[in-house]
Design a protein around this ligand. Sequence first.
Ligand SMILES: *[C@@H]1O[C@H](CO)[C@@H](O)[C@H](O)[C@H]1NC(C)=O
Ligand SMILES: *[C@@H]1O[C@H](CO)[C@@H](O)[C@H](O)[C@H]1NC(C)=O
Ligand SMILES: *[C@@H]1O[C@H](CO)[C@@H](O)[C@H](O)[C@H]1NC(C)=O
Ligand SMILES: *[C@@H]1O[C@H](CO)[C@@H](O)[C@H](O)[C@H]1NC(C)=O
Length: 440
Amino acid sequence: MLPTKLQPLRGALAFLLAAALISAKSPLNFDFPYNATNPVPFVATVDPEFIKQTVLKAALYRPSIDLVDNDEINGDWREGPDQAFMSDIAEYWSKSYDWSQSEHEIFSNFSHYAVTIPDGGGNYDHPVSFHFVHETSDNDNAIPLLVLHGWPSTHLEWAKVIGPLVSPEDKSSQAFHVVAPDLPGYGFSPAPTHSGLGASQMGAALDQLMKKLGYNRYALAGTDLGHFIGLTMNQQVPDSIIGYYSDMWYVAPNATDLVRYEQNQTTAEESKFIETYQYFTTNRYPWGPTHSIAPLGVGQALTDSPVGFAGWIIFFTKQLSDNYQYTFNEIITNTMLLLLQGTYSNIRLYREVFLKDIPKLRHTEVPAGAGIYGFPTLEPEIARYWADPPRNWIERVSNLHFYEHHEEGGHFPAINIPDIWVGDVRTFFGDLSMVNRAEK
Ligand SMILES: *[C@@H]1O[C@H](CO)[C@@H](O)[C@H](O)[C@H]1NC(C)=O
Ligand SMILES: *[C@@H]1O[C@H](CO)[C@@H](O)[C@H](O)[C@H]1NC(C)=O
Ligand SMILES: *[C@@H]1O[C@H](CO)[C@@H](O)[C@H](O)[C@H]1NC(C)=O
Ligand SMILES: *[C@@H]1O[C@H](CO)[C@@H](O)[C@H](O)[C@H]1NC(C)=O
């Protein structure tokens, strides 16, 4: 019983108590061992209340309308996913999808760990925490390999390639000890608490992670936003990196290139690349500008609508994949992993990377491998060129030792055509380690 004098405050106190309980709950929607400065085994259990609310939101999904001539104007989802697809996924999510099964599959598949790098990395003076998969190989020739995903992915982008990399069927193939983190704000790696955790700061923290595992020199592979993290690592810690493979070399024309283009001084190959690159970024790539200019504005809407967020993700994924058919289960699990902590911090990484990191990229001597993958889902006249920068442009930021074209694979070759991606990685690093052995 409160003293009579305080009785009128009872409602307010109850409210404050409830507010304290709510805010005491982790914004992550799962528990994380922040005190572990050395890697500890990790299994997350997502808050059942969050799962329940997400399913309820899916059940309350409010469909958009299609124009009557939708098929004509929105062929291949040029403007976005259509109503039928979105309604189907909402129905599947609310009636059939089972997160606990996905969660179980995620944590029973590989060995999972968590670690916090106390002083962050680079000039980011705050702790940086990672969840990561670490699978070691029995093969004597194995080398450590750090693999870096981008948006809209998590460590699951590598789920199909980890097994073959760690334990190749052919024992004479190059094998790897694989380290596959979730980037901060993605999956089970806690989101940054402050701005300024961009590609170079994440790269510095990831180098510390590799060293905590005893890997002073390691191979590196990155795609999408992870590609830029990889490039900053080549610049910051070149002596730690055996070689760098990427399936995405996004080398934008710089101001000088554009002037040369206007003055008709670019080669035919450069002109074609500039034209298709500009067409692609203007007509087929709303994510980059939206995420870097207004991550909070759009992040609030995406966080509040799980189905809407799934639509934004699958819009991206469908256009930039091979003709690979993602299952509803794959789409929803991936969406859940980027929704757990809210979407703001994972989409905000674009802002850090495009505004701060990309302008500082320079050539490095770290041996590099380029896999160039075709985009059968885009218009053939742009697909052939936009993702295939002139080789000497790639060499502006790299020391190319390996350069391979593939007809298919799109932006997610490790998911869409995993055997081919694995083949590239084995060949590139296998040749490098042969050179290293010969030099010894
Ligand atoms: C972290 O804290 C938990 C609970 O407070 C404790 O059980 C655990 O041993 C600590 N771990 C480390 C690595 O300090
Ligand atoms: C589990 O591993 C298999 C291959 O071993 C892979 O195909 C599947 O995608 C993985 N799933 C998850 C959730 O990691
Ligand atoms: C564009 O790249 C070329 C080749 O690296 C370089 O010579 C030129 O200075 C760059 N221009 C700008 C504005 O950075
Ligand atoms: C650009 O250069 C090409 C090859 O030298 C030439 O055929 C073409 O007419 C030029 N175009 C313009 C607009 O000057």
